[in-house]
Design a protein around this ligand. Structure first.
Ligand code: TXA
Ligand code: MG
Length: 320
């Protein structure tokens, strides 16, 4: 299905989304990273619906999406580091974990009763229009069933979601990889999830940033290293040979070959292009008629770190 990105479609869709959100319902909408499934972040019943339909554990907190910085400042404490990062990366694919003010009306279900909440301002015109049209922030995880591949194109949507939830087709996600999640509430900023903002970009602003390992985390479930972003068929990464029956997810130019089918994330070896194609190509290769997906080595720098992080978690058997 071709995206219907005309003004009238968007105007009507935003109007409908507004009505649904006001009534405590869910809406699937595009962002620049991946599609989100959103609810009124101040309405506990609406937020609970997200966990239920995604089959998501209640201890895995949701990201709140805001229209602008002022709205975040109204609800959260922001230290100097947070302000600096906000100035540099918002609107955009960075999620900051911030401390809620006592006056905040964001419900506790969003963050598993924790006063620390993930916040971001998305950079997508449809997402912005929806946020402008409602007086509350929108809690929205990625629009997929928990542990499965994210959605970067409406055609990836699981029937379990598309049959029940109103969705807006905003075409292909511009970036294709989720936001980078950063805890700035402690003394030293910690990366909780690699994402579309690279470590290299963050280091230009905050030189002493580091990546937090799962077991060191005081956070209940930032999703690190547990099974996530997974296709239905087996996946092998860093391959130097494609096995009988496997399809190939290639990167750059090399001698790898599949006898069945292959897609190349970026023939020219461009990590941005590879990031944008990752979920779409995994969706295309994830067919039960194939024995598995063999993935070529991806350089572990810039967005390659994020791509490798997703691939490693896609093969993890730990679904805790
Ligand atoms: O790009 C994105 O971030 C997309 C779009 C829709 O904005 N959203 C997204 O949400 O990827 P989700 O729920 O699939 O992933 C959010 C990640 C999870 O790993 C979650 O554990 C972490 O952010 N997170 C959210 N709030 C948190 C909090 N208060 N403390 C620690 N981690 C948090
Ligand atoms: Mg997700």
């Amino acid at each position: 299905m071709k995206p219907i990105l005309n003004k009238k479609y968007i105007k009507n869709a935003v109007k409908k989304a507004n009505k649904i959100l006001h009534n405590g319902g869910l809406v699937i909408f595009p962002t620049e990273t991946v599609y989100g499934i959103g609810a009124n972040a101040t309405n506990p019943t609406a937020v609970q619906r997200i966990y239920k339909i995604k089959n998501r554990p209640y201890n895995n907190p949701l990201i709140c999406h805001f229209q602008n910085l002022q709205k975040i400042k109204d609800d959260f404490e922001m230290n100097e580091v947070a302000k600096k990062l906000a100035d540099n990366f918002w609107p955009g694919p960075l999620t900051l974990i911030l401390k809620k003010k006592k006056s905040s009306t964001i419900c506790t279900e969003v963050s598993n009763n924790n006063e620390l909440v993930g916040c971001r301002i998305p950079n997508n015109s449809i997402a912005k229009e929806i946020l402008k049209s409602v007086p509350f922030p929108i809690a929205a995880p990625s629009a997929n069933i928990s542990t499965k591949l994210s959605t970067t194109n409406i055609k990836h949507l699981d029937n379990k979601l598309s049959n029940k939830v109103f969705f807006i087709d905003g075409g292909e996600s511009h970036l294709g990889l989720e936001s980078t999640v950063l805890n700035v509430s402690s003394k030293q900023p910690e990366i909780l999830r690699y994402g579309s903002v690279t470590v290299e970009q963050l280091k230009e602003i905050i030189p002493d940033i580091y990546f937090i390992k799962k077991n060191n985390s005081k956070f209940l479930s930032p999703g690190q290293q547990t099974k996530h972003y997974s296709p239905n068929i087996p996946l092998r990464i860093n391959v130097n040979k494609v096995l009988e029956g496997e399809v190939l997810l290639n990167f750059g130019k090399n001698n790898l070959k599949s006898k069945i089918f292959e897609l190349n994330l970026s023939i020219s070896g461009n990590l941005k292009e590879a990031g944008k194609n990752l979920y779409d190509y995994l969706h295309q290769l994830d067919k039960y008629e194939y024995k598995g997906i063999a993935v070529a080595p991806i350089p572990n720098n810039d967005l390659g770190k994020t791509i490798n992080d997703r691939l490693i978690r896609a093969i993890s058997h730990d679904s805790s």
